[in-house]
Design a protein around this ligand. Structure first.
Ligand SMILES: [Fe+2]
Length: 548
C-alpha cells in the first residue's frame, strides 16, 4: 500500500473517533478485512492506529484522495481500478445523512461485484445500527434531561423547605446563606454569590453572601454587572470565554460566568452571579458541558433568584405590617396612659420584662417579639374602665374592684375584631389568672393558662409592686422579690419565677434604664398632610355634563 510516514498527526474529535471505531468494527465483521478510514477534515486525511491511539495523518496518496472526493460527491460505494489485478473499494460512511468518512480497502480485482454487494450489505446494517445509535442517544439525552429535571425538582423542594425554615422573619442575608450552598450543588461554580442592588436597583450595593472559594477581585464582578445590567433584565447572561472570540475579554480571573437578576415585578433586589465552572468530574472533561455554564445552570439560577427576590419582598411587606401593628399597639397604650398618668411606662416595661423572660424560657426571637406585643397590650381593657375608678387613690369598693377585674374581658372586646392581633388575645385575657385557680376572669389553673400569660403575670406583678402609685410608693426590690418567691406555685408559675431570678440583674437593668416615651407635642404650624383635602371644591358642574 502506498503510504507516507506520519509526518503530521491530528487527534480526531471524540465523536469522530467513536463513529470511526463503530464503522471499522462493522466493516471487519462484514468483510473479514480491515479498512482504512479517511476523514474530510481540512482535506482528506487517513485515520491510522498508532500505539493503541488513533490519529489522522497527512497523506499524499493522490489516487486515494481523488477516489475519496469522487465517492463524497455521489455518495455511493464504488470500485477504482489500480492495476490489472488490484482495485480499491470505497464506501461512504454517513451519520444522520451527513458524510463523515470514506472507508477504503484494496482488493484483488477478481470479484468487484461481490465487493460492491458486500458494501451494500454493510451500508444496510450501518443504517440499522445508526437507528439504534440514534435511539440510544435519544434515550441517554432523555435520561439526562430527566436527571436534570429531577435534580431541579429536588433543589426547588429543598429551597422551599429552607425558606420555610428560615421563615419570613429572616433577613435576606440569612436566606442567601441558606440557599447558595444548595444551589451550588447543581450549578458547580467556583464562586456563587448574591449581590444586593442599591435603592434604585441600578448599581451594586454590597456582596450579601457567597458560596465557594474566595473570589478576591470583586471589582470584576461589579464590572460584569455594570456591563450586563440592562441585558440581564431580558434574559440570563451566560458567557464562556472560549466562545467569546470577538473583542477583548474584560474580566481577569474569570473564565466563564452566569448573571441573573433577582427582581420582583416592582423592585430590583440584586443579582445572582456564578463565576468559573468547577471541574467536577475529571473523567468527563472532554464533555463541553463539564467545562462551561449552560442553560441548565442559568435556568436554575434564574428560578432561585426570583424565589429569593419574592421572599425578600415578602419579608419587607411583613416588616411593614408588623411595624404598623406595633404603631397601632403603641397608640392604644398611649390612650390608656392618657387616662392614668401613673401607669405611664407600665405597659412598655411589662413588655420588655416579658420578652426577656420569654427568651430565658426558650422562646425564639420571633416568639419573644410576639410576646412583647401581647404584653404591651395586656391592660388595653382599662380604656373601658371609668376614670374615677381607675385613678381612685384609696381602697376600692367591691363594685369598683369588680369593674377593674373586668378589664381583661374589655380588652378582649377591643381586640377581638383585629385579626392580625388575634395572637395577643389569649395572653392579654389570662394575665390575671393564677396557677392555683383563684384568678380571673375564668379561674383557670396551672397549664390551662397560656405560657404567655404566666410570663406576663410575673412581669406585671413585679412592675406593679416596684412602681409608684398615687396612693403609695413603689416597694423596695427585695420586698418584691420576696413576694414573688412566696407566691411561686400558688399565684405564679414557679418555672417563670425561677426564670425571673435567673435574669434578675438584666430585669433590674431594664427597669433602671427605662425612660418613658415622651408625650408627643403637636406642631400647630405643621402643614396638612398632602393626602388630606383642605379646600372645598369650587368648580361648578359643567352644563354639558348635566342630563337633558
Ligand atoms: Fe392588668
Amino acid at each position: 500500500m502506498n503510504q507516507t510516514p506520519n509526518s503530521e498527526t491530528h487527534a480526531p474529535t471524540p465523536r469522530q473517533a467513536a463513529f470511526c471505531r463503530a464503522a471499522a468494527d462493522l466493516l471487519r465483521t462484514t468483510f473479514q478485512e480491515p479498512f482504512e478510514m479517511w476523514l474530510p477534515s481540512g482535506g482528506w486525511r487517513r485515520l491510522v492506529a498508532t500505539g493503541g491511539q488513533t490519529a489522522d495523518a497527512a497523506h499524499d496518496d493522490a489516487t486515494r484522495v481523488g477516489f475519496c472526493t469522487a465517492i463524497a460527491e455521489r455518495p455511493l460505494p464504488d470500485v477504482h481500478r489500480l492495476t490489472a489485478d488490484r482495485c480499491l473499494l470505497g464506501i461512504p460512511i454517513a451519520v444522520a445523512g451527513e458524510l463523515k468518512a470514506v472507508a477504503i480497502r484494496e482488493f484483488a480485482t477478481n470479484s468487484p461485484q461481490l465487493a460492491l454487494q458486500l458494501a451494500e450489505a454493510f451500508l444496510h446494517r450501518w443504517a440499522q445500527e445508526e437507528k439504534v445509535r440514534g435511539l440510544t442517544e435519544e434515550n441517554s439525552s432523555l435520561a439526562e434531561q430527566i436527571s436534570e429535571d429531577f435534580e431541579e425538582l429536588m433543589f426547588l423542594r429543598s429551597l422551599a423547605e429552607n425558606l420555610d425554615i428560615s421563615n419570613a422573619g429572616a433577613k435576606l442575608e440569612t436566606i442567601a446563606r441558606n440557599v447558595l450552598p444548595l444551589l451550588n450543588q447543581s450549578v458547580a461554580a467556583e464562586w456563587l454569590a448574591f449581590v444586593a442592588a442599591d435603592r434604585d436597583g441600578q448599581a451594586v450595593a454590597e456582596l450579601v453572601a457567597a458560596d465557594g472559594a474566595d473570589f478576591r477581585n470583586f471589582d470584576v464582578v461589579r464590572k460584569i454587572i455594570d456591563d450586563f445590567r440592562d441585558e440581564v433584565l431580558a434574559q440570563p447572561v451566560v458567557r464562556n470565554r472560549v466562545h467569546s472570540t470577538g473583542g477583548h475579554w474584560r474580566y481577569p480571573g474569570v473564565r466563564e460566568f452566569v448573571l441573573v437578576p433577582a427582581a420582583t415585578d416592582s423592585k430590583m433586589i440584586g443579582w445572582l452571579v456564578a463565576i468559573n465552572r468547577q471541574f467536577v468530574d475529571r473523567e468527563s472533561l472532554w464533555q463541553l458541558s463539564q467545562l462551561e455554564f449552560g442553560s441548565h445552570e442559568a435556568s436554575l439560577m434564574a428560578t432561585t433568584a426570583t424565589i429569593v427576590a419574592t421572599q425578600a419582598s415578602n419579608i419587607e411587606l411583613l416588616r411593614e405590617k408588623e411595624g404598623l401593628l406595633v404603631s397601632v399597639a403603641r397608640a392604644l397604650v398611649t390612650a390608656i396612659e392618657a387616662k392614668d398618668e401613673y401607669t405611664r411606662g407600665h405597659s412598655e416595661r411589662v413588655a420588655l420584662y416579658s420578652r426577656r423572660l420569654g427568651s430565658q424560657l426558650g422562646y425564639t426571637p420571633a416568639e419573644a417579639d410576639r410576646l412583647y406585643l401581647a404584653a404591651l397590650l395586656h391592660d388595653i381593657g382599662k380604656i373601658g374602665i371609668c376614670d374615677a375608678t381607675l385613678k381612685k387613690p384609696g381602697k376600692l369598693t367591691e363594685e369598683e374592684f369588680r369593674e377593674i377585674q373586668a378589664h381583661p374581658e374589655k380588652g378582649w372586646e377591643i381586640l377581638q375584631g383585629i385579626e392580625p392581633l388575634a395572637y395577643v388575645i389569649p395572653g392579654m385575657l389570662q394575665h390575671h389568672e393564677r396557677i392555683d385557680g383563684r384568678g380571673y376572669p375564668d379561674g383557670l389553673e396551672g397549664e390551662e393558662i397560656s405560657l404567655d400569660s404566666r410570663i406576663m403575670a410575673v412581669a406585671d406583678a413585679f412592675d406593679a409592686m416596684t412602681s409608684d402609685r398615687p396612693y403609695r410608693k413603689g416597694m423596695p426590690l427585695e420586698k418584691a422579690e420576696a413576694i414573688l418567691r412566696e407566691g411561686a406555685g400558688s399565684q405564679w408559675d414557679s418555672g417563670v419565677v425561677d426564670a425571673f431570678f435567673e435574669v434578675r440583674d438584666e430585669i433590674f437593668e431594664i427597669r433602671r434604664d427605662f425612660i418613658p416615651a415622651q408625650r408627643p407635642v403637636r406642631d400647630r404650624t405643621a402643614p396638612a398632610h398632602p393626602g388630606c383635602r383642605t379646600a372645598t371644591p369650587t368648580q361648578e358642574p359643567s352644563l354639558a355634563k348635566l342630563p337633558g
